[in-house]
Design a protein around this ligand. Structure first.
Ligand SMILES: Cc1cc2nc3c(=O)[nH]c(=O)nc-3n(C[C@H](O)[C@H](O)[C@H](O)COP(=O)(O)OP(=O)(O)OC[C@H]3O[C@@H](n4cnc5c(N)ncnc54)[C@H](O)[C@@H]3O)c2cc1C
Length: 260
């Protein structure tokens, strides 16, 4: 059921998971409804997290949900505006270093592309660049169904081994923080749509990327404060059924917090 279709009469709603998805759902629902948010971990945020690291413990490391743009994230950015989350421009680019620097290039500009002068003398490298342009121009027309896998798309477009190994697998692994082994079997249309939406098929530049000043902790903290203000009940350290097969516990949550 869409949020718009929910009856106006206040409902009791339980949300399982206090990552950005659960927090955002609670943010939208709690002004009109009685919301209880269950989060297994002792803290809210899920992947959206800032951890301090480094020798002096003063270097923030963001473990998820780091960058966004205004074209693809209309709901997130509207929420950030409402919560006055501080944001700043970010530079997003792709570069690969393969086999301990045997092959290295970046996609920022021409200088990055031929950062290694020997790239110019490598026919496979020149072919890879040609294949990237070919993929960008033709992938959408070929990947019209989710039945077609990424490997099949590569075959149909006649793209070479360097394109697959040194461009597509590394960029997909970077985008989805995923092992590259499964990418060949991934549905091609979904991948190509993602590339299109994020302007990765375009030769005329990308969306401007942004990041949160101070990291994910800034919006998680503000969301938590807003949810408390709108009366949502936040139960961190509470496992709902289905999570790692653990039963829903009444009495005490895993972190010793009261449940139920
Ligand atoms: C390294 C990295 C970088 C990323 N960078 C970006 C980025 O820059 N931009 C971007 O758009 N995306 C990025 N992503 C993806 C983004 O972080 C995730 O898509 C997003 O955080 C997922 O949010 P979520 O709320 O759906 O899930 P999660 O953050 O995983 O939250 C789910 C929560 O539900 C809880 N839970 C699960 N089951 C139960 C249960 N039964 N009971 C109670 N609680 C339960 C879990 O403990 C968890 O806290 C990145 C991901 C990674 C790993």
């Amino acid at each position: 059921m869409s949020f718009d279709a929910l009856p106006l009469r206040p409902q009791r709603i339980g949300i399982v998971g206090g990552g950005i998805s659960g927090l955002a759902a609670a943010y939208l629902l709690s002004p009109q409804h009685n919301v209880t948010l269950y989060e297994a971990a002792p803290r809210l945020g899920g992947h959206a997290r800032t951890k301090m690291a480094g020798l002096r413990g003063d270097q923030p490391v963001y473990t998820g949900f780091i960058v966004f743009n205004y074209a693809n994230y209309p709901h997130l950015t509207a929420m950030f505006r409402d919560l006055e989350v501080p944001v700043k421009r970010s530079d997003m680019s792709f570069g690969a270093t393969i086999d301990n620097g045997h092959v290295e290039y970046g996609l920022n500009d021409l200088a990055a592309l031929i950062g290694q002068k020997r790239n110019l003398a490598r026919p496979q490298f020149i072919r890879m660049v040609r294949d990237i342009l070919r993929f960008n121009a033709r992938a959408e027309a070929v990947a019209t169904s989710d039945e077609v896998t990424v490997d099949e798309l590569i075959g149909q477009l006649g793209l070479g081994d360097w394109f697959r190994r040194y461009y597509l697998l590394p960029i997909c692994g970077a985008i989805w923080s995923s092992p590259v082994d499964g990418i060949g079997a991934f549905p091609a249309r979904t991948l190509v749509q993602f590339f299109r939406n994020h302007a990765l098929l375009s030769t005329s530049g990308q969306h401007q990327w942004w990041t949160v000043t101070g990291g994910s902790v800034e919006y998680v903290r503000r969301l938590e404060a807003r949810l408390r203000l709108t009366g949502a009940e936040l139960r961190a350290g509470t496992v709902r059924p289905g999570h790692h097969g653990l039963p829903f516990r009444r009495g005490a949550g895993p972190a010793g917090r009261p449940v139920g």
